[in-house]
Design a protein around this ligand. Structure first.
Ligand code: DGL
Length: 273
């Protein structure tokens, strides 16, 4: 039975990057109220320890739950990779992370059953993608690309420096036994913004996938809404409310670039340690 009630969905990320996941969610499930939490004062998560990330993420999802979230989406790859069990243990509602959906997207796209995953240092060191993909009988080469997050935040999405950095990272990623990998998984919220640049850098036969769309499919399925391949057919006006731990004004300005929609209604939140 399709769900007719308007759901309240909490989306958590370390900052503005998770707005790329929110964009996909809005495409699949526009008839919902979204509460988006960006922990901008404490990012980046990608260079932090698992214990610190778990502590921050649990505080943030409790906040979302206290504000009425009935379903939680962990849009941050690092938080999903390092802290999903802790987040699930602390939450009283269903929690969906981005790594399992990302692995599903990779499996759907690979013919050679050989993929390359790029992400933050913390995500790659956790080997969460490796585990998820090997369980699906797919061979994996993992490569940390820590310079991409600051470059994207700087707005250098089409900059020659970013292109040079991408060439170095991806030449290493697609070397030796990974030469014939046919899928590149963007295992970080920021990377979809440099997808056109990455497209030029990776070999032509490589499909580039990210977890945003397949996470949105999982959310639609969880809510018993039929997933759509053509999201232009879905109608509805989402409710959007944002919480940021650093400046609301900065979140508004940067967020608009990541979401592709005006980001208004931002509340500054001070989470006590
Ligand atoms: N949101 C993080 C991720 O997807 C990237 C930014 C950060 O390091 O906090 O891994």
């Amino acid at each position: 039975m399709p769900n007719s009630r308007r759901p309240k969905i909490g989306v958590f990320d370390s900052g503005v990057g998770g707005l790329t996941v929110l964009q996909a969610l809005i495409g699949q499930v526009p008839d919902a109220d979204y509460l988006y939490f960006g922990d901008t004062a404490r990012l980046p998560y990608g260079s932090k320890s698992a214990a610190t990330v778990a502590h921050y993420a649990v505080g943030a999802v409790r906040y979302l739950q206290d504000h009425g979230a009935e379903l939680l989406v962990i849009a941050c790859n690092t938080a999903t990779a390092l802290a999903l069990p802790e987040i699930k243990a602390a939450a009283a509602v269903e929690v969906i992370g981005v790594i399992e959906p990302g692995a599903d997207a990779a499996v759907a796209a690979t013919r050679k059953r050989k993929v390359v995953v790029i992400g933050t240092d913390a995500t790659i060191s956790s080997h969460a993608y490796r585990q998820a993909l090997e369980m699906r009988s797919v061979a994996v080469r993992e490569k940390a690309c820590p310079l991409f997050v600051p470059l994207v935040e700087e707005g250098w999405v089409e900059h020659p420096v970013t292109e040079q950095v991408a060439k170095i990272y991806l030449a290493e990623a697609f070397s030796d036994e990974a030469q014939d990998a046919d899928v590149l998984v963007l295992g970080c919220t920021h990377y979809p913004l440099i997808k056109p640049l990455l497209r030029r850098v990776v070999p032509e036969h490589v499909a580039i996938v990210d977890s945003a769309e397949s996470t949105a499919h999982d959310v639609a399925r969880q809510l018993q809404i039929e997933p759509l391949s053509d999201t232009s057919k879905r109608r509805g006006v989402p409710g959007l409310k944002f919480f940021a731990t650093d400046s609301a004004d900065k979140f508004r300005r940067m967020g608009t670039r990541f979401l592709g929609l005006p980001v208004e209604n931002v509340l500054h939140v001070d989470l006590k340690e």
